[in-house]
Structures are given as structure tokens and as C-alpha cells.
Design a protein around this ligand. Structure first.
Ligand code: NAP
Length: 331
């Protein structure tokens, strides 16, 4: 297969479409001292990618026009001029949306494929699992017996957050976009209940399933659902600002929380976080998730789409809710 790259062709307004991307087949650059070459096997597809396309201030610079689209990926080393990496090693890191990449070895870590197959290092044992784990434990400060509500409950982060909260002894209520996702949340991901936000009133569902209020709201979606949850907070609640996918494609004004004064009423705290800030603590978290996996208390559901040329279609699936579990491209 010739080397293939997916590059940013034009900044989108609203939803991305075919004109956003350009496919090229350039040969990878030569490997310099301290670098490795990787044959990329899997590429992670993440909601944050939509934000990286906007030319605005964020926690990383925007992807430039003509640049290879930024992405986490996993694959095998094909050439190494760095100590500690040998040909054939399984690695994960910032590969970009492309079939072959060359980069500083320091930007990659080895994936222990004896622990789990390669896609797991973009899923539960990668940034997705780490987001759920540190968002709940460090930002949410969840405690046994508390009521935890999680939106996008059957998605990548949500499906893992539900299981982690359950394993830590919480009552866990999900919010998801259809009956099948709600079924998955309860039957596969250990939620006690799940509210279908398209089928009825979220506020009513929260009253029913969280009669004493929400102690921790893990927010993946923002917008109206965030407002519904702020109205249902228990005293001293914590709101974990993980993401706001309902707003990522918005053109013009974004939907508030207009009722943020509910934080004052409940003496509550709302805090955002970026998972990579917890990188030094990842090994301990992976060990805990692997233990739960071995005990049958943690499962990872991956939604694999075949072919780099499907990247644009796959990215939009996150916004229509077509994905169930962690969305990954098989190169
Ligand atoms: N802070 C961090 O460091 C960090 C790291 C990774 C991810 N994140 C954030 O975590 C969130 C989840 O990411 P993920 O990778 O796990 O994606 P995901 O949950 O696997 O996929 C996104 C899901 O969002 C839901 N959704 C889409 N549009 C929506 C809308 N308008 N209103 C309500 N729900 C909507 C859909 O599920 P339904 O069918 O249920 O609507 C969709 O399946 C995102 O906000 C992402 O930006 C943050």
C-alpha cells in the first residue's frame, strides 16, 4: 500500500464534509537520530478533532491547512534511530491520520500487547480510559455511595466512566441518545439506569432516578443536558467538564449553561480538565483497569471502521451518535 495521509484542506464552518479533507500519497521523510518510523495500524477518532480545526485559542494549536490531521494512533516500528525502540515494537503516540509516520521517539510509548490487543491502547488502556478514570477520581472526587450521572453514556469515555463509577461503589445513571444505547449502558456497562434524552424529558428522568440529587455529573455533551443536570445537583456536588460535543459544530452563539447560578445554590464546583495533564499517573490507572478487566468488571467496546479514506465519515459519526463505544479507524 502506498503511504497515505489525510490532510486538512479547508477549515469547516459547522459540520465537516468531503471538502474539509485532502488525501495525499507522499513518501514518509527519512528517519533522523532520536526518531522512529511507524507503520500505523489503528487511528483514534475523537470529538476533540473538530475543535482542532478551528483557528482559535485552545489547549493545542489548530491544525494548519495542508498539514496531516492530528490524531493518536498505534502501530509497529519499521525503523529506529532511537535507543529503547526496535523494529517490530508495538507503539502508541501522536501518529496523525496517516498510514506511515516518522517522529521523535519521545512522543511514543510502547504498547504491551501481552496485556491487550493494539486497539485497546487507543481505548480503555489509552486516553479514553484515562479520561474516564482521572475525570471521575481526580476532578469528580467520587466517593462510595454517591450518585453519579454521565452523559454520552454508551460512547467511548461514557461507557468506561460508567463501569469505573460502579466499581467504586456509586449509583450510576446514564444519559444517551436512543433505546439501544440505554440498553447497552445498563446491560453491558453496569449503569443502574439510563435516560434516553431523545425519547422524553431529561429533567423528569433525573427526578425519577436521582431522588436525592446528583453528587457528581460527568459532562461529555454540554448544552441543554448540562442545564438539566445543574438543576438537579445535590449539595456540594462536583461537575466534571470533560467535553461539550453538542456545541462543537455550532456556528455562531453556543448554548450556555444559562442557569450556572445553580452551582452557587448547591455550593457546587465545576472544573474542566485535559487528560494529558495526568500522564505521569497513567501506569497506575492502567494497572487498576487491567485488574478490573481480569475480574470481569471492566469491558472495552470498540467500534472499528475500515480504511483511512473513511476518516471524514467516521468523524461525523460521533456527532450523529452512530458510534457505540470507542471509534477507531483500522488503516
Ligand atoms: N477532557 C479531556 O481530556 C477529554 C479527553 C477525551 C474526550 N473528551 C470529551 O469526552 C466526550 C466524549 O468523547 P468520546 O471520545 O467518548 O466520544 P463518544 O462518546 O464515543 O461519541 C460521542 C457521543 O456524543 C453523543 N452526542 C453527539 N452529539 C450530541 C448532542 N448534540 N447532544 C448530546 N449528545 C451528543 C453521541 O451519543 P448519543 O447517541 O448518546 O447522543 C455520540 O455517540 C467529548 O465531549 C470529548 O470531547 C475529553
Amino acid at each position: 500500500m502506498p503511504a497515505t495521509q489525510i490532510r486538512l484542506n479547508a477549515r469547516p464552518k459547522g459540520k465537516t464534509d468531503a471538502s474539509t479533507w485532502k488525501i495525499t500519497h507522499d513518501a514518509p521523510p527519512p528517519v533522523k537520530d532520536g526518531e522512529i518510523a511507524v507503520a500505523v495500524e489503528y487511528v483514534s477518532v475523537d470529538p476533540a478533532m473538530r475543535g482542532w480545526l478551528n483557528d482559535v485559542k485552545s489547549y493545542v494549536p489548530p491544525v494548519g491547512i495542508g498539514e496531516v490531521m492530528r490524531a493518536s494512533g498505534a502501530g509497529r516500528v519499521t525503523e529506529s534511530k532511537a535507543s529503547g525502540f526496535a523494529i517490530g515494537d508495538a507503539v502508541m503516540g501522536q501518529t496523525g491520520v496517516q498510514s506511515h509516520c516518522v517522529g521523535a521517539a519521545a512522543a511514543f510509548s510502547k504498547a504491551d500487547t501481552k496485556l491487550a490487543p493494539l486497539p485497546a491502547f487507543l481505548s480503555g488502556f489509552g486516553l479514553t480510559g484515562m479520561t474516564a478514570y482521572f475525570g471521575l477520581k481526580e476532578v469528580g472526587q467520587i466517593k462510595t455511595g454517591e450518585t453519579v450521572v454521565i452523559s454520552a453514556a454508551a460512547g467511548a469515555v461514557g461507557s468506561m466512566a460508567g463501569q469505573i463509577a460502579r466499581n467504586l461503589g456509586c449509583r450510576v445513571v446514564g444519559i444517551a441518545g436512543d433505546a439501544e444505547k440505554c440498553r447497552l449502558a445498563v446491560e453491558e456497562f453496569g449503569y443502574d439506569a439510563c435516560i434516553d434524552y431523545r425519547a422524553g424529558s431529561v429533567s423528569q428522568g433525573l427526578k425519577e432516578h436521582c431522588p436525592k440529587g446528583i453528587d457528581v455529573y460527568f459532562d461529555n455533551v454540554g448544552g441543554k443536558i448540562l442545564e438539566n443536570c445543574l438543576n438537579a445537583l445535590a449539595m456540594h456536588a462536583r461537575v466534571v467538564l470533560c467535553g461539550a460535543i453538542s456545541q462543537y459544530n455550532a456556528e455562531g452563539e453556543r448554548t450556555g449553561p444559562s442557569n450556572y447560578m445553580q452551582l452557587l445554590v448547591a455550593r457546587a464546583r465545576m472544573e474542566g480538565f485535559v487528560v494529558i495533564d495526568y500522564r505521569p499517573q497513567f501506569p497506575g490507572a492502567i494497572k487498576q483497569l487491567a485488574t478490573w478487566r481480569d475480574e470481569g468488571k471492566f469491558t472495552m467496546r470498540e467500534h472499528i471502521v475500515n480504511g483511512l479514506d473513511q476518516f471524514g465519515t467516521a468523524l461525523n459519526m460521533l456527532f450523529t451518535g452512530e458510534n457505540k463505544g470507542k471509534l477507531i479507524i483500522k488503516v
